[in-house]
Design a protein around this ligand. Structure first.
Ligand code: RB5
Length: 146
């Protein structure tokens, strides 16, 4: 499996830990920055990961900002991206089963590494259920102008 991961400054520390965690598990991990705690703009880093996922150069993306909210909003403006802010183990599972989410999002100032890593494990291993959820994703794309 291959992933692309990025953050702004608010998510930098958690992103570093999650990238190392994924690499240690043998997941090919493309770290697209940011590379310090210096202030940057989260849409720039959402764009980098979305591009790689949409070009199918990674199976999943991982994004982190301070709350996970801004970078989720930015990522979800990209056609074909379904970025989910994972705030529990249950939502990590349902984001894959029901929403076929292709980017996992975390808040570096609101979540611990331990919680985020456990949610990421669930996210990666859970398949999309398909069925009725396909129609709902298609409607979401349609109403969103995709
Ligand atoms: C940056 O200070 C902060 O606004 C950003 O990381 C994120 O939390 C925005 O939603």
């Amino acid at each position: 499996m291959k992933i692309a991961i990025a953050s702004d400054h608010g998510g930098y520390e958690l992103k570093q830990k999650l990238a190392a965690y994924c690499s240690a598990q043998g997941i090919e991990t493309d770290d697209l920055g940011t590379n310090s705690s210096e202030s940057v703009d989260y849409p720039d880093f959402a764009e980098k990961v979305c591009r790689v996922v949409l070009d199918k150069k990674a199976d999943f993306g991982v994004l982190v900002c301070g709350t996970g909210i801004g970078i989720s909003i930015a990522a979800n403006r990209h056609k074909g991206i379904r970025a989910a802010l994972l705030y529990s183990l249950e939502t990590a599972k349902l984001a894959r089963q029901h929403n076929n989410a292709n980017i996992a999002v975390f808040g570096g100032r609101t979540m611990s590494f331990e919680d985020a890593a456990a949610r990421l494990d669930v996210f990666f291993k859970t398949p999309f259920e398909g069925g009725r959820h396909i129609r709902r994703i298609e409607k979401t794309d349609l109403y969103g102008g995709c």
